[in-house]
Design a protein. Structure first.
Length: 117
C-alpha cells in the first residue's frame, strides 16, 4: 500500500487560455480504466478484500482510515490517495463519512504524477 497526495499544494498553476486555476495531475493510462465515486455514510465500510486490479482511492471529502495486508490502520483525509496493487488485501472505513473516487486499471503508476505522502 502506497500513499500519495493530490492536494492543492501539490498542484501547478495554469494560466493558458486566460485560465486561473491549480491542477493536481493524478495519472495517465492507455489501457481500459474504470473510474467510480464511492459515498460512505457514517460508520461506512468497504470490507476487507483483495484488489482484483491495481486500484487508486482518492479521498475528496470527509475522513476515514485504510489498511493493507497488515492489521494497522492509517488516517486519510481530502487530498490523500491510496494505491493498492493487484491481489493486495485492503479495507476502508469511516466514522463520520467520506467520499472517494476510485480508479481501477491494469496500467496504473501514480508515482509518475503525484508525490508520495
Amino acid at each position: 500500500m502506497d500513499f500519495y497526495t493530490f492536494g492543492k499544494k501539490s498542484g501547478h498553476s495554469i494560466s493558458t487560455f486566460n485560465s486561473d486555476f491549480i491542477m493536481s495531475r493524478i495519472l495517465q493510462t492507455e489501457k481500459e480504466t474504470r473510474i467510480g465515486c464511492m459515498y460512505l455514510e457514517e460508520n461506512g465500510v468497504i470490507g476487507y478484500h483483495r484488489a482484483t486490479t491495481p486500484q487508486l482511492l482518492l479521498i475528496v471529502s470527509g475522513e476515514g482510515c485504510v489498511r493493507g495486508e497488515e492489521d494497522k490502520y492509517y488516517s486519510v483525509q481530502p487530498g490523500d490517495a491510496v494505491f493498492w496493487k493487484k491481489d493486495e488485501w485492503h479495507e476502508t472505513k469511516t466514522e463520520k463519512g467520506l467520499t472517494a473516487l476510485v480508479v481501477e486499471s491494469k496500467e496504473l503508476n501514480p508515482s509518475l504524477f503525484m508525490d508520495k505522502r
